[in-house]
Design a protein around this ligand. Structure first.
Ligand code: FAD
Ligand code: SIN
Length: 532
């Protein structure tokens, strides 16, 4: 058994920020299932929303967040996160993060942070590193982590399940004591014990057939926490990003909302602008509205995609501001300075998650959750663009402070080693890949941007059947990361469907044709699920 003071599951912005915060106070293990930089964070393009300009105010950022959240945000949480954002950004810069800057006009070469604009924001307030903000965040944070001798990173280590008092059959309140972890290279399951465990495992885009998320995003943290008895909230609110590149060879490539912020306009394949018919903010309307409008236009015309046109902006500006998007599209034969980009909506962000307060505390003692895996109440029914990196940064810092202010048990728990029983090597791997595809396709077809109760019920019964088969497979065969991820996406799919069925209204990202309007009785009501 490996014993640490702090166990951090995940090496995105949330996990790394927390690890740096607690590192001076004890030994930290960061468990991460691929290489250390591989995370949703690494692919973030647009940037981090925070009030840093004289033309902007905390109140305006709060108002935009509440407006996007469609009545379901927890206002006190919104205020805390928005207020504390600028201080956390300053610390990130201190750590070595390099945001894009611009020359201040008429100032003899003085420079200031360059601020981008995205949907739903009433002001320019998005700090960014060109269009590769996440890559730069990971570089800066991993560099800082490398300078901390008390932090050990375990790459290619897959967290399977949380170990709690209840699972160990011990009396007293449910407390998290450790984690079973698959060392993917050695093929063995190890036990990690700690009195403080942070879930920072990110989101669940891979539950859907089309997503902007990388392969790591299989909802493992939500599934693990749910199995351990924690409350999971608002999972029906899956955000679909309106503009994912539509190309047969492109896998999950996002075209940042910042492209629309800099003048990009959505058009039908015939070249007609359509967003003004849906919202006064046109192509920069809140994301739920834009995604639904595109879905509607595609269904109406039968087209497989729409277009995003930024050709009216000077080519040199586009190449300088969006170098990654420009080069990637160029590789697929699209010159975005000369032609419109084919785009479609794709699953992007999980607004719900493990229920926490703004300090990352869950219902299970010793278990904290921060970042996309958590539901703090900041996003409500629809996340405002670029608020997730902000939330992760602020809440990881607060969770660190909270953990350091608390007293934790001093004893080392006795945890039995992982039992493989009579499990053998899987005989037919096709079962795993088939079930993966089936879940992702049925979630796309039945639990997508526009829902009905009939489709949700159909999805529910298919997922229940698949889960029986997966469970059988899980007990009979030696675990692999593909099998573990399959088990987790099935659990998360179950939770998304169950939450959507619980909410008899359309609000924010949960659009159900059987209940096309918001119901005031459901304003401020979360859908909360607990195992059993
Ligand atoms: P992640 O960064 O996803 O990190 C999760 C970590 O957990 C990874 O290291 C992963 O390997 C590890 N992990 C997962 N499961 C396990 C397991 N079972 N065992 C061990 N390790 C595990 N948000 C913004 O605010 N602004 C943006 O501009 C922006 N752009 C985006 C662009 C794209 C393409 C995507 C996909 C998302 C974007 N988002 C953006 C959302 C934002 O990037 C994420 O919400 C945020 O980075 C999540 O950070 P995190 O630390 O919670 O999780
Ligand atoms: C983007 O760059 O469009 C993504 C921003 C976000 O998801 O917040």
């Amino acid at each position: 058994m490996k014993q640490f003071d702090y166990l951090v599951l995940g090496s995105g912005i949330a996990g790394l920020t927390f690890a740096l915060q607690v590192a001076p106070h004890g030994r930290v293990a960061i468990i991460t299932k691929k290489n250390r930089a591989e995370s949703n964070t690494n692919y973030a393009q647009g940037g981090i929303a925070a009030v840093t300009s004289k033309e902007d105010t905390t109140e305006m950022h709060v108002r935009d967040t509440l407006e996007a959240g469609a009545g379901l945000c927890r206002e006190a949480v919104v205020r805390t996160i928005v207020q504390e954002g600028p201080a956390r950004i300053a610390e990130l810069i201190e750590l070595g993060m390099k945001f894009s800057e611009r020359e201040i006009p008429r100032s003899e070469g003085a420079r200031e942070l360059d601020l981008g604009k995205e949907g739903g924001h009433s002001k320019r307030r998005i700090l960014h590193a060109k269009d590769v903000t996440g890559r730069e965040i990971e570089r800066a944070l991993l560099n800082a982590v490398a300078g901390q001798p008390s932090i050990e990173i375990f790459e290619d280590h897959f967290a399977i399940d949380l170990i709690t008092n209840q699972k160990l059959g011990e009396p007293g309140p449910n407390r998290c004591r450790g984690v079973y972890v698959l060392d993917k290279r050695a093929g063995v399951v190890e036990t990690f014990a700690a009195n403080v465990i942070l879930l920072a495992t990110g989101g669940c885009g891979k539950v859907y057939l089309y997503t902007t998320n990388p392969d790591i995003a299989t909802g493992d943290g939500v599934a693990m926490a749910y199995r351990a008895g924690a409350a999971v909230a608002n999972m029906e609110f899956i955000q679909f990003h309106p503009t994912c590149l539509y190309h047969p060879r492109a896998k999950s490539f996002l075209i940042s909302e910042a492209v629309r912020g800099e003048g990009g306009v959505l058009k039908t394949i015939q070249g007609a602008e359509f967003m003004n018919a849906y919202h006064p903010l046109g192509s920069l309307a809140p994301r739920d509205i834009v995604a639904r409008a595109i879905d509607n236009e595609m269904k109406r015309s039968g087209a497989g995609h729409v277009l995003l046109d930024i050709t009216q902006m000077p080519a040199a500006f586009v190449r300088e501001r969006f170098p990654n998007i420009y080069e990637t599209c160029q590789r697929y034969g699209i010159d975005i300075t000369k032609e419109a980009i084919p785009v479609v909506p794709a699953a992007h962000y999980q607004c719900g998650g493990v229920l926490t307060n703004v300090d990352g505390e869950t219902e299970i003692e010793g278990l904290y959750a921060v970042g996309e895996v958590a539901c703090t109440g900041l996003h409500g029914a629809n996340r405002l663009a670029s608020n997730s990196l902000l939330e992760a940064l602020v809440c990881a810092h607060r969770a660190g402070l909270r953990v350091l202010a608390q007293t934790h048990p001093t004893t080392t728990p006795v945890i039995p080693a992982w039992q493989s029983g009579h499990a053998t090597n899987p005989d037919e791997l096709v079962v795993i890949s088939h079930n993966w595809d089936e879940i992702r396709r049925l979630m796309w077809d039945y639990v997508g941007i526009v829902r009905t109760n009939k489709r949700l019920l159909r999805a529910q019964s298919r997922i229940a059947n698949l889960q029986e088969e997966i469970q059988q497979y899980y007990w009979d065969f030696i675990v692999t990361s593909d099998l573990l991820e399959l088990r987790n996406i099935a659990t998360v799919a179950e939770l998304i469907v169950a939450s959507a069925l619980q909410r008899p209204e359309s609000r924010g990202l949960n659009y159900n044709l059987d209940f096309p309007r918001p119901d005031p009785a459901w304003a401020q009501r979360d859908t909360v699920l607990r195992k059993g």
